[in-house]
Structure formats: structure tokens, C-alpha cells
Ligand binder design. Structure first.
Ligand SMILES: Cc1ncc(COP(=O)(O)O)c(C=O)c1O
Length: 386
């Protein structure tokens, strides 16, 4: 059939996460470890604020760049956790972290520009970059001394003359890698020198298990640095279905960002933003409780995965995924499909997180410990019998 659409439209293909999830959603008794979210609904204090806002008639258009009270709350939140004084004009509130990634991509990339992704990586980023016409390069994290690590000098060497963007996600989905401050400084210095925009995806900033928040580039970057920090409410406050994110861009672009926020979707729903204000202003306890639960689940995952002969597991420092390599398999998608059908354990196949991951799987462990233990026992039983 002759196509009426451009080639890169015809080429679009769902990620491996979606391929498993569509088969498993609705399956009786399935353990859903495929998506990046916990099993519990958003805490009540946040839900109550949004319900009250709806009842009060907060159903109208609002300022596309985000409600002023939410942007003020975001300034206070960032200032407090990072000990900074963020310029308010730098903060914008698109409807989801995904949308902040898309907006950042379109701010920086024109067809043919090179974008370097630190991999293994969340597949949507690569899809967004492809859709924008980027030529994509990957630079891989590696396991070292029992944790995931990144050779920052190697990453810098992998940049080309036409590299316009580096995408880094720390804490990382799927590996849990966390970049520490000295490496952050080195990387931002390099980007400044080379005029490369660093897109720092910090959506898991509260999902770290040895401190209150992960190191952020915002802690030391200047107002004019070539840095876009993308973040959101989904992970830290268990608000995945609410679809609200925020982004911090260099100073001086309020006008342009207002236009982008307007043309992408004219801002997040007002009552959702009011829920987000409650999350920021009253939600520290929620963040701590959620994290405590994930930490307990992480211990279960480390114990079970770390002690199976066919599982090569590197313990994550942050986020809420395990990304083990499974010994003795060749095709991760076929493995994930078999695992889903026979053991009712739904995992994301490794290939979807970038090259070199065909024998890995990603498992979200943000689940209550008893259920997670059952899921992982079903998984290891499958390995023992296949
Ligand atoms: C690394 C990363 N960035 C961004 C997102 C998108 O988050 P949101 O659901 O808020 O759009 C995700 C979601 O899984 C993610 O893992």
C-alpha cells in the first residue's frame, strides 16, 4: 500500500514494555513487574486535595506554563531539598515527565542532529529522539565493584562534532545507577565548553535508598548553563496516572517556554496541579513512607535475584528496578513471553532498553514485599524448570 505518511511515522513501533503489557494486562493472577510504578494508589492527602479542587470548580483552563501557586511551590521544594535559589522563570509544568522529555527534545534537536543517550535507558527517550529526526548514539554504563558505573571520559569522547544533546537519567531506569557530584561537574563543564545541551532526567530523584534525594545538577549549575532538568510527580509521590511533570530550563526563555507549553497541550489539568501542590507542601511523609516500602522490596529483590545461579544481578542504588542478565537465554522477548504465559510473571525484555541488553530483563520491584517475593519465587522456579 502506498503510504501517505512520512517514513519515520511508518517506522514507529511500540517498546518491549508495551508488547508484554498488552499480553499480560487483564490476565488472571499475573504478577505485573513490567511498568514503572508501585502497586498502591496515590496517598490520600494528595487525592483529597484534587477531589476538593474538583468540587470547588477547578475545571477551567489555566496558565499553560503551570499555575503560579504550583510553580511557587516547586521553587520552594527545589530550593529546600537542594539548598539553592532557583529563578522562578526557569520552572515550567507540562502535563507529564514524558512531555517534558518531548519538549526538551524538540527544543534542542533538528533532523540529522546527533543525540547521545546514556544506556541502558528508558525506551521512550529513544523513541522521542527518533521521532524528532535525531541521529542516535549510545554510551553504555557498566557494572563495577557490584554496582552500575559510567565512564564519564568515555561518554565525552563519544560526542561528535554534531552532537547537540546528551540524555542522562540518574537515578537510572533500568539500572539504578546514580551519578555522583564530581562526575556531574565534569560532564556539565564539558557540555558548557562544547555547547551541548545536557538533558538530565531526575524523575527518580527521591528514589534513592542511602540519602534523602539523589544529586541534582541544579545543586551547582548556573542559570545560563546548557542544562534542562526534567522531573515529575509520578515516581516520588506515586502519581503515575496523574500525568504531571516539571522542567527547569536556562534563564531568559520564559516567553518561548510559554509558547511550547501552550502548543503541546496548554498545561496540565488545574485540579491535578492542586493535588501536586499538596504533594509538595505536605507530602514529605508520603515520600519517606513510599521509599521505605521500596527499600524493603529492594532487599527482597537483592536477596532472591542475587542468589540464583542463572541470574547475574547488579544491585541498584536508586529507582525501583532490577535489571539482571539471565544466563542461558538468547532472545529476551521470547523469554519474557514464555515467562508471562507459564509463570504469570510479567517483565520487560532487555532489548527495549538499548543495544547490548538482549539477555537482560527489567523488573519493577515497587510492590509489597509478600507479593514481590511470590513473583520472584515464581520467576526463579521458571528458571529452574526451563
Ligand atoms: C526515566 C524516566 N523518565 C521519565 C518518565 C516519565 O514519567 P511520567 O510518567 O511522569 O511521564 C519515566 C517513566 O517511567 C522514566 O522512567
Amino acid at each position: 500500500m502506498k503510504t501517505i505518511f512520512p517514513e519515520n511515522f511508518e517506522d514507529l513501533e511500540r517498546s518491549g514494555i508495551g508488547k508484554i503489557a498488552v499480553q499480560g494486562l487483564g490476565m488472571e493472577g499475573v504478577y505485573p513487574l513490567w511498568f514503572g510504578e508501585g502497586s498502591e494508589p496515590t496517598p490520600k492527602l494528595i487525592r483529597d486535595a484534587a477531589v476538593a479542587a474538583l468540587d470547588a470548580g477547578e475545571t477551567f483552563y489555566n496558565i499553560p506554563r503551570g499555575r503560579p501557586d504550583l510553580r511557587a511551590a516547586l521553587k520552594t521544594y527545589n530550593d529546600t531539598i537542594y539548598g539553592i535559589d532557583l529563578h522562578p522563570d526557569r520552572i515550567h509544568v507540562p502535563a507529564s515527565t514524558m512531555l517534558t522529555v518531548m519538549i526538551a527534545t524538540h527544543m534542542v534537536i533538528r533532523p540529522g542532529d546527533h543525540a547521545l543517550i546514556v544506556t541502558p535507558h528508558w525506551p521512550n527517550v529513544e523513541m522521542a529522539l527518533k521521532w524528532a529526526g535525531a541521529e542516535i548514539g549510545h554510551f553504555r554504563q557498566h557494572a563495577e565493584d557490584g554496582k552500575w558505573a559510567l565512564n564519564v571520559s568515555g561518554l565525552m569522547d563519544a560526542c561528535l562534532a554534531h552532537t547537540k544533546m546528551i540524555y542522562l537519567n540518574s537515578p537510572c531506569n533500568p539500572t539504578g545507577y546514580v551519578m555522583e557530584r564530581p562526575d556531574q561537574e565534569k560532564l556539565l563543564d564539558f557540555c558548557r565548553d562544547r555547547g551541548i545541551v545536557l538533558v538530565s532526567d531526575e524523575v527518580y530523584h527521591r528514589s534513592v535508598y542511602d540519602r534523602n534525594s539523589a544529586p541534582s545538577f541544579l545543586e551547582f549549575a548556573g542559570d545560563d548553563d546548557p542544562l534542562i532538568v526534567v522531573n515529575g510527580f509520578s515516581k516520588g509521590w506515586a502519581m503515575t496516572g496523574w500525568r504531571l511533570g516539571w522542567m527547569v530550563t536556562p534563564k531568559g526563555y520564559e516567553e518561548q517556554m510559554a509558547v511550547l507549553c501552550e502548543i503541546y497541550n496548554t498545561g496540565g489539568p488545574s485540579f491535578v496541579q492542586i493535588g501536586a501542590i499538596a504533594a509538595l507542601e505536605k507530602g514529605e511523609g508520603v515520600v519517606h513512607d513510599l521509599r521505605q516500602g521500596y527499600a524493603e522490596s529492594l532487599a527482597v529483590a537483592n536477596d532472591i535475584l542475587g542468589n540464583h545461579r542463572r541470574v547475574d544481578h547488579t544491585a541498584p542504588e536508586g529507582a525501583f528496578y532490577a535489571f539482571p542478565r539471565i544466563k542461558g537465554i538468547r532472545d529476551g522477548l521470547a523469554f519474557a513471553e514464555g515467562l508471562l504465559i507459564d509463570a504469570k510473571v510479567g517483565v520487560a525484555p532487555g532489548y527495549t532498553f538499548g543495544p547490548g541488553n538482549q539477555t537482560h530483563v527489567r523488573m519493577c520491584f515497587a510492590m509489597k514485599t509478600d507479593k514481590l517475593e511470590q513473583a520472584l519465587r515464581a520467576f526463579t522456579h521458571y528458571l529452574d524448570t526451563h
